[in-house]
Design a binder for this molecule. Structure first.
Ligand SMILES: NC(=O)c1ccc[n+]([C@@H]2O[C@H](COP(=O)([O-])OP(=O)(O)OC[C@H]3O[C@@H](n4cnc5c(N)ncnc54)[C@H](O)[C@@H]3O)[C@@H](O)[C@H]2O)c1
Length: 335
């Protein structure tokens, strides 16, 4: 489904983090709906290097881009020479900035701030010199455990990841005051959908529960999971918000969620229905108490008004549309 009328003929789009979950979905959206646009993907891909928590430093994977016909560049957004090369050799009209340390549990504060905040500033400067629209990924992690519904302006990050995204937003506000390009920050809530498998254990619980069920294992939830609620948002609606952010009424920072919190128990119940299983749930103590979001629900009033964004998928429909892919991944990658 196409979200804007403009055919984007002769336009060049840079997608940083384009070998990751959300970035690769954007790359295919443009390839399929705006074939006249030139799409360039920049991603550091995975190298095998890990953080102290044992997770990969970057999750980009070539399999997310199989079938993509645009240009693919392997590189690090922290590499200033690479950014200079991009500035000289391309002329971008839109930059979708998805590259980041996306692991909310990573503890390396130095690299988190450098990659998520400082490199973003360099990309903003590039956007200004190219007169490109900047659309970047912020996060609901900026809110921490702030009261629901979460509203822009009431942030309380609980980890360095959330802090880094809030710093991106603060920096953006300064640039919005001083420069003419359009800058839109999108605070994604909990995203799930095709393309997330290569995020390993940081992939959504929709995929992880799906694979537990397909393996015939009892789904393992945290105690009181019927009372842990999040605004889970399907990838199709994230793509919609990004595309609509190409023509915002004004620059700004906007929540991207459904506006309706759902529980982890709901996810398991819906998956069991879709997969035809009836496994008994196991409840384990939550080890993350103190740095865990217990209730998130996006206030999407301004996202609707300024971007014309309207979530199209409730969880039941989203999981119904995703379940075939959950099974395919299980058969091809897990089994
Ligand atoms: N998935 C979610 O639920 C969610 C929620 C809120 C915000 N976000 C944000 O959305 C963006 C995309 O997230 P995602 O879920 O697709 O994660 P992802 O990890 O799949 O994608 C991020 C991509 O950035 C690449 N990358 C990491 N460091 C890089 C570097 N230094 N240089 C170049 N590329 C680098 C990775 O290889 C990866 O492909 C991120 O900024 C993330 O913080 C995601």
């Amino acid at each position: 489904m196409r979200y804007i009328e403009n055919d984007l003929k002769d336009k060049t789009i840079l997608i940083t983090g384009g070998a990751g979950f959300i970035g690769s979905n954007l790359a295919f959206y443009f390839q399929n709906n705006h074939p006249d646009a030139k799409v360039v993907v920049l991603d550091s891909f995975r190298s095998g290097e890990t953080f102290s928590n044992g997770n990969l430093k970057s999750f980009g994977h070539f399999k997310n881009l199989i079938g993509f016909r645009g240009e693919v560049i392997s590189g690090d957004i922290n590499d200033k020479e690479l950014l200079l090369d991009l500035e000289i050799n391309y002329k971008f009209d839109y930059i979708f900035h998805e590259a980041a340390i996306s692991d909310t549990t990573a503890l390396e504060q130095d690299l988190m701030i450098k990659t998520n905040v400082n490199a973003y500033k360099d990309l903003l400067e590039l956007a200004i010199r190219h007169d490109a629209n900047m659309i970047y990924a912020s996060s609901a992690a900026t809110y921490g455990n702030a009261e629901s519904p979460q509203r822009v302006g009431r942030e309380a990050p609980q980890n360095v990841y959330g802090f880094s995204k809030l710093s991106m937003d603060n920096l953006s506000r300064e640039y919005m005051k001083e420069c003419d390009i359009s800058i839109v920050g999108l605070r994604y809530f909990n995203v799930y959908g095709a393309g997330e498998y290569f995020k390993n254990t940081t992939a959504s619980m929709v995929l992880q529960f799906g694979h537990q069920l397909l393996a015939g294992k009892n789904p393992r939830l945290f105690e009181d999971s019927d009372k842990i609620l999040r605004d889970f948002i399907y990838i199709e609606d994230i793509v919609q918000a990004n595309v609509k952010a190409m023509q915002p009424k004004e620059s700004g920072i906007y929540n991207v969620g459904t506006g309706k919190a759902r529980s982890f128990q709901d996810i398991v119940d819906i998956l069991q229905r879709e997969l035809g299983t009836s496994l008994i749930c196991e409840y384990i103590p939550n080890p993350f108490i103190g740095s865990y979001q217990f209730h998130t629900e996006a206030d999407i009033t301004t996202t609707r008004e300024v971007l014309g964004y309207e979530p199209r998928f409730v969880m039941e429909e989203a999981i119904k549309s995703y379940v075939g892919e959950i099974k395919r991944i299980y058969d091809e990658e897990v089994k």
